[in-house]
Design a protein around this ligand. Structure first.
Ligand code: LLP
Length: 463
């Protein structure tokens, strides 16, 4: 998440502290499809549109802030992952990125499976008609009640994350007279090149069972002995927002190594491996994510090469992209409330949301871009920081970005690539109400998650 140095040459400013910022884009009105949903553009009046609806209409009808989701783009990305992996592999959309009943229906229709990691996500999946056998249940501390509900519903797999859970799931399945399909999540010792809080396959962290020291092999031994479990495979998830495939290569090598040891020790060839999610998206025009077909080709080649070398039948592969499907499909639409130039520093632009609808900047130092969308402007670029309305100076949505210098209260600005981990991590901090998710397609906008109301807040406050 680095910034390129500011190049020499004309710039707006004496206001630019040296050396930290990208150059202003050549055209501030451009909406780069690397970061904006595919149907986004501008109409003849310069107003941004998505799915054939302009953002002023969206703001009038649905208010701001709002997450605006391009349904056609979501479906296209889901389909691209599905077809890239083909019939011999499974794509489980990671619901933690963003989940709603509409999304579940789209996934179902597009032939994807679903990864859930809580009772709430499971309930959403089942209530929208996702067949339970197409659901994988994750989590490092599933409650006995969640496990029972998942087994009763008949989920396709539970991904076991600890020695205690191996026993817990086996007992619950047996008590229900069932044999539950399970995978064991292992940590392969890969340091994914990403933010520390979202890297998950190095050993010093809470997820999975370490391969190191023979712990994963011991977990397999125990799972194979328990009648309530049918061990179908090994799972590895190395982290998030990853661009470099080499981490997956090492992970696949180590997972296949374990499959080989299992075959040698138990005479069993496990039929599946899951390589998790974590593929990066473009948050700014500087990022260069890989396409699903390149990722599918790279992963399937790695796995079959490793299996050939180990003389194993190539297992069925599954993957769990969340961000790579939903991330680029949505933007957050805000109204500008105040514009505050700070001499010699930058201009603070306050919007009507903030860290309650996008915690990623505060939490991970994530980078975003932003554009004026309610009109085109030919004003000079000004260095801006987009901040929210919360009582906290770290309430930053976009740390450094260029916006037109004529930006004024009442303008609409939008932050692209907020489809993943924004609504799903939204909070009520300062009793701010969580924004709606509005899906737009073919000239029609439909609320798929409604805006929270003060009545919603007060309903929970029973004291
Ligand atoms: N599979 C497993 C087991 C996971 O834990 C995750 C994400 C995924 C799949 C999906 O990863 P994705 O393809 O979406 O990167 N809140 C952080 C990301 C946390 C990801 C947690 N697990 C963020 O905003 O960047």
């Amino acid at each position: 998440m680095s910034r390129s140095a500011h190049p020499a040459g004309p710039r707006h400013a004496d206001v630019l502290p040296e050396g930290h910022y990208s150059a202003p884009p050549a055209d501030l009105n451009a909406l780069d499809h690397k970061v904006w949903a595919q149907t986004v553009g501008r109409n003849a009046d310069g107003v941004a549109t998505v799915g054939g609806v302009d953002v002023k209409t969206l703001a009038e009808e649905h208010g701001t802030p709002a997450y605006i989701l391009d349904e056609a783009d979501f479906r296209a990305r889901a389909r691209a992952w599905r077809s890239a992996f083909g019939a011999d592999a499974d794509v489980f959309y990671a619901g933690k990125a963003f989940l709603s009943r509409a999304v579940v229906r789209w996934l179902h229709e597009e032939g994807l499976n679903l990864d859930v990691c809580s009772g709430g996500e499971l309930a959403t999946a089942l209530s929208a008609g996702m067949p339970a056998e197409r659901v994988a249940f994750h989590g490092n501390n599933k409650s006995p009640d969640e496990i029972r509900r998942a087994v009763e519903a008949g989920v396709g797999r539970i991904v076991l994350d600890s020695f205690q859970e191996i026993v817990r799931v086996a007992h619950i399945a047996q008590s229900l007279g069932k044999r539950q399909k399970v995978q064991i999540r292992i940590t392969v010792g890969v340091e994914a090149h990403t933010h520390e809080f979202i890297a998950t396959a190095h050993e010093d962290q809470k997820f999975g069972i370490p391969l190191a020291g023979g712990q994963a092999a011991e977990a397999v031994r125990r799972a194979l002995q328990l009648d309530g479990l049918e061990l179908i495979g090994i799972h590895s998830h190395i982290g998030s927002q990853i661009f470099d495939m080499s981490g997956f290569e090492v992970a696949a090598h180590r997972v296949v190594g374990l499959l080989k040891d299992i075959r040698d020790e138990h005479g069993v060839e496990l039929p599946e491996i899951d390589l998790g999610g974590g593929l990066g998206i473009a948050y700014t025009s500087d990022d260069d994510p890989r396409e699903p077909h390149e990722i599918a080709k790279a992963l399937t080649e790695i796995v079959s090469r490793e299996c050939d070398a180990a003389r194993l039948r190539t297992p069925r592969i599954s993957v769990e992209p969340g961000r790579a499907i939903v991330g680029p499909t949505a933007f957050t639409l805000y109204e500008v409330g105040t514009v505050k130039p700070l001499e010699g520093l930058r201009t603070y632009v306050s919007v009507d949301g903030g860290m309650s609808d996008n915690i990623r900047t505060a939490l991970y130092d994530a980078e975003y871009s932003v554009a004026l969308v309610s009109r085109a402007s030919s004003a000079e670029p000004m260095l801006a920081r987009v901040v929210g309305k919360h009582c906290e100076s770290g309430d930053i949505v976009v740390k450094d970005a260029f916006l037109p210098a004529d930006l004024a209260p009442g303008d609409l600005i939008a932050v692209p690539a907020t489809g993943a981990y924004c609504r799903s991590m939204a909070s009520n901090y300062n009793h701010v109400l969580r924004p709606p998710v509005v899906a737009v397609k073919d000239g029609e906008a439909r609320v798929i998650v409604r805006r929270e109301t003060e009545e919603d807040l007060l309903r929970l406050d029973v004291g």
